[in-house]
Write a protein that binds this ligand. Structure first.
Ligand SMILES: *[C@@H]1O[C@H](CO)[C@@H](O)[C@H](O)[C@H]1NC(C)=O
Ligand SMILES: *[C@@H]1O[C@H](CO)[C@@H](O)[C@H](O)[C@H]1NC(C)=O
Ligand SMILES: *[C@@H]1O[C@H](CO)[C@@H](O)[C@H](O)[C@H]1NC(C)=O
Ligand SMILES: *[C@@H]1O[C@H](CO)[C@@H](O)[C@H](O)[C@H]1NC(C)=O
Ligand SMILES: *[C@@H]1O[C@H](CO)[C@@H](O)[C@H](O)[C@H]1NC(C)=O
Ligand SMILES: *[C@@H]1O[C@H](CO)[C@@H](O)[C@H](O)[C@H]1NC(C)=O
Length: 857
């Protein structure tokens, strides 16, 4: 007997006589062998192990037979399949009496795997019927293949049973989810069912499988209710997606042939172990082994966001994922059924038509109706598939002819299916539920949904379009107006002040290093490396507008290339106004004293005639705001990068506040003042507003509040009191922005909350803080770091300055992941709502403009 490593004769007899039956060896369990607790078989190739395991450390005696990844690749035991998932066997560790231990063996005619408990009772069996032909039974074997499939082979090599046909909660490459058109080997389809709890493999309430009505999508159920839905397939196809966290490409396939229709996935040879799992908490997740971190990385997790669970925006509503924070909206041509509930974040009643369709049965029957197209949609559920539609027009005509039809979606299939149709026409005749708008980065098939509207419909669609174009235009006009106004005011104020004050001159000279800096009067003039104005003019192509890369606190910023090829950023003070001279000096003096890798570096300075120039290192990726809030570019900032930015800014601020021998309050920490170098490392810039505190000074009072709307701490905005804690507040806002990808100045309601801080707080309180994560980075995010960042962010934006941590605590929390943090208090969303400043001359903008309040309180 080739299979058997030990010579077992008539096992049934010997079992009673031998002190211990033969243990299995290699990758097989042959006829006559018994696998006992502690025994394992390992696949040929070493990827998977079959054996007994105890999922709960609390009850080590309750054991299951299962398959897990070999500990040579995956160092935390990860079970992918369980045989007796709802019937554990009890293993009494103390008695070494093998005849009273549970065992797995080929029995029941020789071709069934049977798990018996200590008393010999059958706990689980493979239940193959009819295959038990006497005479061949003696040479069947159970083999664990290297793909993790446990198979029973007949002597002639036929597969009698496969564990892949009886999945538990996990899909690994080669397994299928779907159904068979005709049952075969007693298997009519494949559906995966979650465990009940972390230590309990018995079937839980969540399951994942084919939609039995359409076979065009997969569903995640909670009990009998649909909990989440995939996109409807636009073809029977293969699609690859790259996941940067572990460098894995996942190929998804949908197959429809004469026998079965199913979805499966594969990874490239040599890729790390990768699996889909339905967790006991109801998430459908894609995980890949991160060898470097020796941990599973969650690449995707569905439902991903608050409003992506099935139907959560109600009938005719959709979950808008194209926003950084997903939120419910009404389909075009519809409005909230109850505006009051909708604006309080209650969406279950959905939306209703803003302009009714002609009733069915009347003359005409709506033949003249038009269609509104919404693109980038995951189409709603409850569609009907129409065959033989070869064009969009035909699909539209079919919908128009059928009076109850309210929408259609047409797709030409990417690869022809075995069933012949190479186009797919879906129509809807009932409520439209569970639609989503998906951003370009979402990575699933987006389609155009065509909604039926009355002929000559002029409602929302054209309106929203105009608004979409007009808003940015209006906003920019406003911003420009504000800048001009501010300019004027500041000039006038300065002009008055100047007559009484005197100016010190900046003296070009030699470079000072930080070690030469002396404590003492921090406002004394410093010497800088002198750079000729003419050199800078050449470097910036005579300050050509093509070289302009931004606008700083007091002038324009240009990119220049010095003679040696070195790239620099040049800040040029507005020429024909005194405005900003003080800020210029302030910045020059300060930054020359400060050196830290998270602060932008000053290379030199130039004062010639009326020209005032500061020359900085050039940072390739410019302002954080330009990446973070840009739908095209934001995915460049994956979670590890964002976490790095948060920590970098924290270290930079810590240096300003504490470690630089001066206490410097930046007073304008915001996304556009964090610059990113080529490796996306952050550097704090723009010290025009910064203030230096004396050694024992804790806080200061000012009549002139400077900073940026949304980032200004309440006590500073109302009372003009600033301290290191006002920077901490701005930092907290910045952290929430970085996690969510939402601007603090965004005026949109987010899921019924009036602003980012309120929304973050609400999610935090409900225990759903992870929903705050920007949709474009969900796959790369490490949940513990995200939660820690949100926690820190909320602690920093508390109204009471003494409740906010110092930057030293923030840095140590972020570096060490301290878990026992105080719970944050509810912020009053001060900065998100209206400006409560008491003053006559308040000029502010919702965007990133310096806010000046001439009279504090
Ligand atoms: C892997 O498992 C084997 C058998 O269970 C054990 O002997 C070995 O120590 C384990 N190796 C590691 C690295 O845990
Ligand atoms: C093992 O257990 C069986 C049944 O429980 C018992 O009959 C037998 O004597 C035990 N043998 C030893 C060596 O303890
Ligand atoms: C085996 O089949 C019988 C009858 O079809 C069924 O009652 C039993 O639950 C099955 N057992 C297992 C472990 O599938
Ligand atoms: C399938 O269709 C029936 C009848 O329309 C409906 O009651 C049922 O909910 C549908 N099932 C799913 C999973 O959509
Ligand atoms: C699943 O359904 C149960 C019972 O309907 C409910 O209590 C539970 O909250 C649901 N779980 C999720 C994650 O929605
Ligand atoms: C793992 O570490 C190696 C060497 O440090 C590095 O080259 C590789 O990119 C890392 N892989 C991942 C997935 O982070």
């Amino acid at each position: 007997m080739e299979w058997s490593r030990c010579t077992c004769v008539t096992a049934a007899v010997l079992l009673l006589l031998l002190p211990r039956p033969c243990s299995p060896a290699g990758d097989k369990l042959t006829h006559g062998e018994s696998m006992l607790p502690g025994d394992t078989i390992v696949s040929d190739g070493g990827a998977f192990v079959l054996g007994f395991f105890a999922p709960s450390e609390a009850t080590p005696a309750r054991q299951y037979v299962g398959i897990w990844y070999s500990n040579t690749t995956v160092t935390v035991q990860t079970v992918v399949w369980v045989a007796n998932r709802d019937a554990p066997v009890i293993v009494d560790g103390r008695s070494g009496n093998s005849s009273s231990a549970p065992s797995l063996a080929l029995a029941n005619g020789g071709s069934n795997l049977v798990l018996s408990d200590a008393s010999g009772r059958v706990v689980w069996t493979t239940n193959i019927t009819g295959a038990t032909s006497a005479g061949t039974a003696g040479s069947t074997a159970a083999v664990l293949r290297n793909d993790g499939n446990l198979v029973i082979l007949s002597p002639d090599g036929a597969t009698l049973w496969r564990s892949f046909d009886h999945p538990t909660d996990t899909l690994i490459p080669g397994m299928k989810v779907g159904r068979r058109y005709r049952p075969q080997d007693g298997v009519d389809g494949w559906r995966i069912v979650s465990w009940k709890g972390p230590g309990d493999p018995s079937p839980g309430s969540f399951s994942y499988g084919m939609d039995p009505n359409t076979s065009l999508q997969l569903l995640l159920w909670n009990g009998t209710r649909i909990y989440w839905r995939t996109s409807a397939w636009t073809g029977y196809m293969t699609a690859g997606k790259y996941h940067g966290t572990t460098g894995t490409v996942i190929y998804l396939t949908v197959i429809d042939n004469d026998e079965e229709i199913y979805s499966s996935f594969s990874v490239a040879d040599g890729a790390p172990p990768t699996r889909y799992v339905v967790t006991y908490a109801g998430k459908f997740q894609l995980l890949s082994w991160n060898r470097n971190a020796s941990a599973w990385a969650t690449l995707e997790s569905w439902p991903s966001r608050a409003c992506s669970t099935y139907g959560s925006c109600g009938a005719y509503g959709y979950c808008d994922h194209s926003q950084a924070v997903a939120t419910c909206k009404c389909l075009d041509g519809f409005e909230p059924a109850s505006q009051g509930e909708w604006s309080r974040g209650m969406f279950s009643r959905g939306c209703r038509r803003s302009q009714a369709l002609a009733p069915c049965g009347g003359s005409g029957g709506g033949e003249g109706d038009a269609f509104l197209a919404m693109s980038n949609m995951k189409v709603p559920d409850k569609f009907v598939l129409l065959g033989n539609m070869i064009s969009d027009d035909e699909c539209a005509a079919a919908c128009r002819r059928n009076c109850p039809c309210v929408a259609y979606a047409y797709a030409s299939l990417r690869s022809s299916s075995a069933k012949g149709d190479n186009a797919r026409c879906l129509v809807w005749t009932g409520e439209l539920v569970d639609a989503q708008m998906i951003g370009a980065i979402w990575g699933v098939a987006a389609e155009t949904l065509n909604l039926r509207v009355p002929a000559g419909f002029t409602g929302k669609k054209s309106g929203t379009k105009t608004v979409k174009i007009l808003l940015p235009v209006l906003a920019s006009v406003l911003i420009v107006t504000c800048i001009v106004l501010l300019w004027f005011c500041k000039c006038r104020a300065k002009g008055k002040r100047r007559s009484s004050g005197s100016e010190k001159k900046l003296v070009p000279g030699s470079v000072r290093t930080s070690s030469e800096l002396e404590e003492g009067n921090p406002t004394e003039d410093l010497e800088f490396p002198s750079i000729q104005f003419s050199d800078i003019a050449v470097a910036t192509n005579n300050f050509s507008s093509a070289c302009m890369i931004g606008r700083g606190g007091f002038g324009k910023v240009y990119k220049g290339t010095l003679l040696g090829g070195r790239e620099v950023a040049v800040k040029r003070l507005g020429k024909d106004s005194e405005q900003g001279i003080e800020e210029f000096k302030n910045e020059a003096i300060l930054i020359s004293k400060l050196q830290h890798r998270n602060l932008v570096r000053l290379l030199g300075c130039c004062t010639e005639g009326a020209e005032r120039l500061l020359i900085y290192e050039y940072l390739a990726n410019k302002g954080l705001d330009a990446v973070l809030f840009d739908n095209e570019r934001k995915s460049l900032l994956d979670w590890p990068t964002r976490f790095g930015i948060i920590k970098g800014v924290a270290r930079g601020l810590l240096y300003l506040h504490q470690d630089s021998r001066l206490t410097v309050i930046h007073r304008d920490v915001k996304a556009s003042n964090v610059l990113l170098d080529a490796e996306m490392r952050p550097k704090i810039a723009d010290f025009g507003m910064a203030k230096i505190f004396g050694e024992n000074q804790q806080k200061a009072n000012t009549k002139r509040v400077v900073g940026t709307y949304g980032y200004i701490a309440p006590e500073y905005q109302i009372e003009g009191i600033f301290s290191v804690k006002s920077d901490v507040y701005s930092f907290g806002i910045l952290v929430l922005e970085i996690v969510s990808g939402v601007r603090i100045s965004s005026t949109d309601d987010i899921m019924g909350s009036p602003g980012l801080v309120a929304y973050a707080w609400k999610l935090w309180k409900e225990g759903n803080a992870s929903d705050l994560v920007d949709t474009s980075i969900v796959e790369s995010c490490a949940l513990d770091e995200v939660l820690l960042s949100i926690h820190v962010g909320l602690l920093c934006v508390q109204d009471d300055p003494s409740g906010r941590p110092l930057m030293s605590s923030v840095v140590s929390i972020l570096e060490n992941g301290i878990v026992s943090l105080p719970a944050p208090d509810q912020p009053a969303y001060f900065a998100d709502r209206n400006c409560k400043v008491k003053g006559d001359d308040v000029q502010s903008s919702r965007n990133s403009i310096t806010m000046t309040v001439l009279q504090g309180r």
